[in-house]
Design a protein around this ligand. Structure first.
Ligand code: ADP
Ligand code: MG
Length: 598
């Protein structure tokens, strides 16, 4: 008999042992039902907010149009959720309190056509195991309702009584019988914060219902029914998002990514402003967080996070929600498609720059004269015909024609502190930070060049030599191909020296070797497992920064106009690669307000 490979035999071998004396002497013991219940409860009920989450989900699954949450002692003393859903009969209420009892699925397959938040049938049992719980409920069509009381998992009382339609679940003295858990609870403020967060998430994903949160009798959060979904955004995310968060929606087959994303300036030091939902279920998901951040790549500052509400709709067969009892995690059958769709959806909103729209973006008339380009050091010079085109960003591809076409009526007024360009337009006053704007233009041009085969090079008539520390020169040897794509052709000269044969065109009049040295340092820091895509990105940003026109540099009218135009043709014109704004706009309305005309 092969015990390792033949499970049938293995079973036959084990079962005769059950019940024999050997088991009772064993170090392995069966846990008591009470301990099992508390361990299982621990997975579902981590803190008061988990109770609120489960009870709200039950209310929504019961078809409620409104749910009221009342708490005392930040949820330790009391949590009561009252809904106007379908209710339960007395018998159902008692059944609902047992572990693994649910009205929402019958078989495992049902998990893949799930339309409800609940399915595990263990929330009420878990909560009841670690609190003093009371359910008051009446089902439609029934004259009287039922009250059921459970204490630490033991049914203590059931009574028939009159009560409103729907269900009210009251949870008192949470963790009264699990003191270890009580110790892990944080301050009242923190626990209340978690509860408010659950309310906000539930309200954001369920605009069809009303929600209220009371603490010690005081109304803490109110989510009435609203026609306009963005009104609920302000209620859930705070006044600061008002007017700064914009809708997006992208569909691919049955897959949909939609929601609201903040303008880049609305950023935070942590990712708590990113709200993720899959089929309206709030989730914590690295893939979706990553995709959202990818959407904002090179538009917001490093180490800052956007504010966004992302709702992903996936056909139920393509998502597994049964990953953890807390139901915070999901697995996608096709995670790459989801990832890509979310990035595109978010970037779509950012490309549109809706927060910059005063009334359509004003642009220059077709520029008839040749614009000049901005060369470092010295005066702007007129350039050969082909040059401005190469300075232009063509990354918008086909959409360029339909994109922001030139519009008349914009005038360059001048420069402030040789750093800011001032324009007048019928739509108001426009200010450009010349360095930030040019950096954005160049970054997009460089990315585009790199994508299409490589950054244009300028051969050096007399190759230059650079000497490197031996550790850097070893790593560099492996990345000569990467450097060539970046515009630097290098050839080994000696043990630690390289011949530089060409440099990127846009740096030709700068100090390209300085940029090269920094580039090599950056490549060295990638190490062996460096993610190439992200790393290129930091190289391009550095190069754009070095090549961009600096602040405190005079600019001619035509240069300024060309820069404005180029910026409008960028995919992400509003912010520089480091996340600083490239432009500020004062609408006539704002001007009038400032001058007291309104
Ligand atoms: P699940 O939600 O996973 O089914 P629960 O333990 O949360 O498990 O609830 C068990 C059952 O109790 C539900 O399937 C539902 O039928 C019933 N139930 C719970 N809460 C409510 C409610 N507020 N209104 C109506 N029925 C409810
Ligand atoms: Mg439930």
């Amino acid at each position: 008999m092969n015990l390792e490979n033949d499970y049938g035999s293995l079973n036959l071998f084990i079962f005769p042992l059950a019940g024999t004396q050997i088991l009772s002497m064993s170090k392995i013991k069966t846990l008591s039902p009470d301990v099992v219940a508390k361990i299982a409860a621990g997975e579902v009920v981590e803190r008061p907010a988990s109770v609120v989450k489960e009870l709200l989900e039950n209310a929504l699954d019961a078809g409620s149009a409104s749910a009221k949450v009342e708490v005392q002692g930040a949820g330790r003393k009391l949590i009561r959720v009252t809904d106007d859903g379908e209710g339960m009969t007395g018998e159902e209420a008692i059944q609902a309190l047992q572990r693994h009892t649910t009205s929402k699925i019958e078989s495992l397959e049902d998990l893949f056509s799930l339309r409800t938040f609940g399915f595990r049938g263990e929330a009420l049992a878990s909560i009841a195991a670690v609190s003093r719980l009371k359910i008051t409920t009446r089902k439609e069509g029934k004259l009287s309702g039922t009250e059921v009381r459970v204490e630490g998992g033991t049914l203590s009382d059931t009574t028939e009584m009159g009560c409103p339609l729907g269900t009210s679940v009251e949870v008192r003295d949470l963790f009264f019988n699990v003191p270890a858990r009580l110790k892990f609870l944080k301050s009242q403020g923190t626990e209340l914060g978690h509860i408010s967060e659950i309310l906000a998430k539930t309200a954001l994903a369920n605009p069809q219902a009303r929600f209220q949160l009371f603490h010690e009798g005081k109304l803490l959060a109110n989510y009435p029914l609203r026609q306009d979904p963005s009104a609920r955004l302000v209620e859930a995310l705070g006044e600061e998002v008002d007017g700064k968060i914009f809708p997006f929606r992208l569909q691919q087959g049955e897959l949909r990514a939609e929601g609201f994303a903040g303008e880049p300036g609305l950023n935070r030091p942590n990712s708590r402003g990113i709200y993720l939902f899959v089929n309206r279920r709030p989730v914590r998901d690295r893939l979706l967080t990553h995709a959202t951040l990818e959407g904002y790549r090179n538009v917001i500052p490093k180490d800052r996070y956007p504010v966004a509400v992302l709702l992903v709709e996936v056909p139920p067969p393509d998502v597994d929600v049964n990953v953890h009892p807390g139901k915070w995690e999901v697995k996608f059958a096709n995670s790459e498609t989801v990832h890509r769709l979310v990035i595109q959806a978010v970037r779509g909103m950012l490309e549109e720059t809706p927060w910059l729209k005063i009334k359509g973006i004003p642009q220059f008339e077709e520029i008839r004269e040749r614009p000049t380009a901005y060369l470092p050091q010295g005066k702007p010079i007129s350039l050969p015909l082909s040059w401005p085109a190469s300075l232009r960003v063509e990354s918008k591809g086909e959409s360029q024609e339909t994109g922001r076409g030139p519009v008349s009526g914009i005038t360059f007024l001048g420069q402030v502190q040789e750093t800011y360009l001032v324009f007048a337009s019928p739509e108001g006053l426009l200010l450009l930070d010349q360095h930030a704007a040019h950096e954005r233009v160049l970054l997009e041009k460089l990315s585009n060049d790199l994508f299409h085969g490589g950054i244009p090079k300028q051969p050096l008539l007399l190759p230059e030599v650079i000497e490197l520390p031996s550790n850097e020169s070893r790593i560099l040897e492996e990345h000569l191909g990467d450097l060539a794509r970046m515009g630097f052709d290098l050839e080994r000269g000696g043990i630690r020296s390289f011949w530089v044969k060409s440099v990127p065109q846009i740096l030709a009049d700068r100090d390209p070797l300085e940029t090269l040295r920094e580039t090599i340092k950056e490549i060295y820091s990638w190490g062996k497992e460096g993610q190439l895509q992200n790393s290129y990105d930091s190289l391009l940003k550095m190069m754009a920064c070095h090549a961009a026109i600096q602040a405190h540099r005079p600019m001619e009218k035509e240069e300024a106009r060309a820069l404005w135009e180029d910026l409008q043709n960028c995919r992400f014109p509003s912010h520089c690669p480091h996340g600083r704004p490239t432009q500020l706009r004062l609408s006539p309305f704002e001007l009038e307000k400032m001058f007291g005309r309104r």
